[in-house]
Design a protein around this ligand. Structure first.
Ligand SMILES: Nc1ncnc2c1ncn2[C@@H]1O[C@H](COP(=O)(O)OP(=O)(O)OP(=O)(O)O)[C@@H](O)[C@H]1O
Length: 258
């Protein structure tokens, strides 16, 4: 079943304010269409400035497209003429690149992970503690880590916490916005491994936004290549290395794959 369908999305940022004259108007996304099937990972691969973050913000409901339509489980994310119902809000979660700025440094890990649970579910303190412990163990951390604060964790450990928080409500879709880019190679592999295992275990769907060919190849089922706001090629991840598209090849060469 199609989980997320983008139809001819376009977005242009308009220069505004004092700098209007100096700032060029730019089309960030242009006529972009794709389908993300339930239980799969769609990789959106693109170099800096390709429009990846713009697309990510649209899918999270934060940035309406100028044109086109975005539907999640058949429901329009930006319905015209009436207030957005946001019934999909708990079903779409996100993991950002910078694990530290994604959390409140004053909170404990338990508070961070239980925040979405408190917003949407009523659990007793004992149930909440058990749920947080289970989530920590699912991402390869210890239950006792819930007592720590972000400053007591490494970037990789904190990214696991962010993943635990993202899966707490058993969402249908997780937007992974450069989830391992700021981590060292070994930690990257561990986190990607956990993400893949969680996807298999819970039938999760991912929209993986990245400039990292290896990460996309490892985690994605399908890969869409984004260039200057336009999708120029979409292939199965297993065929990515054989794709003749020059940008695929250039990105692979840059990553030392070819
Ligand atoms: N708030 C904004 N105002 C004006 N232009 C913007 C704004 N945000 C992004 N852009 C422009 O839109 C285009 C796409 O940017 P976007 O951040 O979506 O790309 P990206 O692929 O995520 O890049 P990066 O990997 O460097 O974050 C770029 O040309 C960028 O300069």
């Amino acid at each position: 079943m199609s989980l997320l369908v983008a139809e001819r999305l376009s977005k242009t940022y308009h220069a505004s304010g004092w700098f209007r004259r100096q700032t060029a108007e730019g089309s960030a996304i242009s006529n972009l269409s794709f389908t993300l099937e339930e239980g799969t990972c769609l990789g959106i691969l693109g170099e800096s400035g390709a429009g990846k973050s713009t697309l990510g913000r649209m899918v999270l409901g934060l940035l309406p497209p100028d044109e086109g339509r975005l539907t999640f489980r058949g429901e329009d994310l930006y319905p015209k003429g009436r207030r957005t119902r946001r019934s999909w809000r708990r079903d779409i979660q996100v993991v950002f690149q910078d694990s530290y700025s994604a959390v409140n440094p004053r909170m404990t890990i338990r508070q961070i992970i239980s925040e979405p649970l408190r917003n949407y579910e009523r659990q007793s303190a004992q149930e909440e503690r058990r749920t947080v412990a289970e989530l920590l163990e699912l991402v390869g951390l210890a239950a006792d880590d819930m007592l720590k604060r972000p400053s007591q964790m490494s970037g990789g450990q904190l990214q696991r916490v962010n993943i635990a928080r993202a899966i707490a409500l058993k969402p249908k879709l997780i937007v992974l916005d450069e989830p391992v880019s700021s981590l060292d190679m070994i930690v990257q592999k561990q986190i990607l491994h956990h993400l893949r295992a969680l996807k298999e275990k819970y039938g999760l769907s991912y929209l993986l936004i990245s400039h990292d060919v290896m990460a996309v190849h490892y985690l994605a089922d399908r890969v869409a290549l984004l260039e200057k706001g336009t999708l120029v090629d979409t292939v199965d991840a297993s065929e990515m290395f054989e794709s003749g598209h020059p940008t695929f090849r250039a990105m692979m060469q840059a990553a030392g794959v070819e």
